[in-house]
Design a protein around this ligand. Structure first.
Ligand code: GLC
Length: 451
């Protein structure tokens, strides 16, 4: 009986390995599709990659000033007081983190912006910020925003867990400044509105001028890069335009990638079905949910946690990427599920599920990075520093190594030309840098010329 169970368990896990395989042929195909979608997006044609111009180029490293940076990501709001020293160095003078109450994500939009303004107030009180000095604010709003200028834009649609009414189609900078007024913080001027990837790239290239790609691998996933103006057909501009502009790819929405039954089930039950297909296979908000769906199936088949009540795993999103990371380091991930006894065999099987799910995520992320690098430099003639922030990249055991091995498999020696540059807090610091660029440069043509 025991032997049959082990054999069934192994059969299940090897089928799972096949379901989640993302091998060389698929990677090559993905890169080809990715380039075609980039091309369409840049030309303003329908594409799953939005390719949004950020109305700013990379900083020079000489930008200076003091800025308040607000970073609204997927789960936290960060309030930072950032000092730019002008020599490629930035200092965080004060930092506070506020957890976004999950109920707010689906509430009325105004409440989200009131929460942000209240958090700024709390942070000011904590650090006794002098409100009489002029305060320039850089707002990192980590959602697909069609930028209209460096400090304004329109939310195209929510992603991740957000569904709040009254924000899609509107300008997050205006909504924020109205909330600041309501809370008696009208002294604050919004100098920049930026995506977290753009902030991460700005922070990376402020410190290392060879950095031209910014990536987020956290609750959500996305990237941006510095593009030649002449290649951005969707912007009305003279054909001879020089210089560069950062493009927010919104790669989380890439849709030319094979999904398995678990991906399809997750998508169908998600708050934004059929949107953000790649993100749902890669980012930290979803890897736990994919793994939970696999566990539910194994429990139902009597292959895992025998005798456990499947209802324990019935709550969507109950398993998080953090718990997977704990298990990957040998810790007990099961406490929140109330499973009495976890046998060594159960622990091994669960870890194997987590490995399979997270390694596909790392390989997809590496393939997407390779696609962007090859778009910019098809022969890999230059070195590329890629600034990366986000908890999956920073904290998930083995994630970086799996990304690196995938690049080596794909590019051989050429992989050494792609350097990962961890950019902790990059999105917040980078937003401050963008605000400084906004203050010093009047037009994108002032931006430096791409090599
Ligand atoms: C989602 C958002 C995107 C953001 C990413 C990482 O994909 O749509 O704008 O950059 O999450 O936070």
């Amino acid at each position: 009986m025991q032997k049959i169970l082990i054999a069934d368990n192994e059969r299940f896990l090897s089928r799972l390995t096949e379901d989640f395989r993302f091998g060389p042929a698929e990677i090559a195909a993905m890169i080809g599709h990715f380039h075609r979608e980039m091309e369409r997006g840049l030309a303003g044609e329908p594409s799953s990659l939005k390719m949004i111009p950020a109305f700013v180029g990379r900083p020079t490293g000489a930008e200076r000033g003091r800025f308040l940076a607000l970073d609204l990501g997927g789960t936290n709001l960060r309030v930072l007081d950032v000092a730019l020293e002008g020599n490629g160095k930035a200092r965080i003078e004060a930092a506070d983190r506020f957890v976004i109450p999950p109920a707010l994500m689906g509430a009325d939009g105004e409440r989200i912006f009131d929460f942000i303004a209240d958090s700024v107030k709390a942070s000011f009180a904590r650090h006794q910020t002098d409100r009489r000095r002029s305060l320039k604010l850089a707002f990192t709003f980590s959602f697909p925003v069609e930028q209209l200028s460096i400090a304004s834009g329109k939310l195209i649609h929510w992603t991740k867990g957000f569904t709040a009414a009254g924000v899609e189609g509107r300008d997050p900078a205006v909504l924020l400044s109205e909330a600041l007024e309501r809370k008696d913080l009208g002294c604050i001027e919004i100098a920049a509105l930026t995506n977290d990837t753009v902030g991460t790239l700005a922070a990376g290239s402020y410190a290392d001028p060879s950095c031209a790609i910014g990536v987020i691998l956290g609750t959500g996933t996305n990237a941006c890069y510095a593009e030649r103006m002449a290649r951005i057909g969707r912007l009305a501009q003279p054909a001879s335009s020089a210089g560069e502009m950062i493009i927010n790819i919104e790669w989380g929405n890439f849709d030319k990638v094979r999904r398995n039954a678990y991906d399809l089930a997750l998508d169908a039950a998600s708050s934004h079905p059929e949107k953000q297909r790649l993100e749902k296979m890669v980012s930290g908000m979803y890897t736990g949910e994919i793994a939970r769906l696999v566990i539910v199936e194994m429990v139902r088949q009597g292959l895992l946690f025998r005798g456990a009540d499947p209802a324990w795993f019935a709550t969507s999103y109950a398993l998080t990427a953090e718990q997977m990371a704990i298990a990957a380091q040998g810790g007990d991930f099961s406490a929140p599920f109330g499973i009495g006894e976890v046998t060594a065999a159960d622990q091994t099987s669960a870890c194997e599920i987590f490995r399979i799910v997270s390694m596909r995520s790392a390989r997809l992320a590496a393939a997407a990075i390779a696609a962007v690098v090859l778009w910019m430099d098809k022969d890999l003639a230059h070195r590329h520093a890629v600034a990366i922030d986000g908890s999956l990249f920073q904290k998930y055991p083995g994630f970086k190594n799996a990304m690196r091995s995938c690049l080596v498999e794909l590019l051989g020696d050429g992989a050494a030309r792609i350097a990962f540059m961890p950019a902790q807090d990059g999105s917040g610091i980078g937003a401050a840098i963008i605000a400084a660029v906004a203050a010093s440069a009047s037009a994108p043509s002032d931006c430096r010329t791409i090599k």
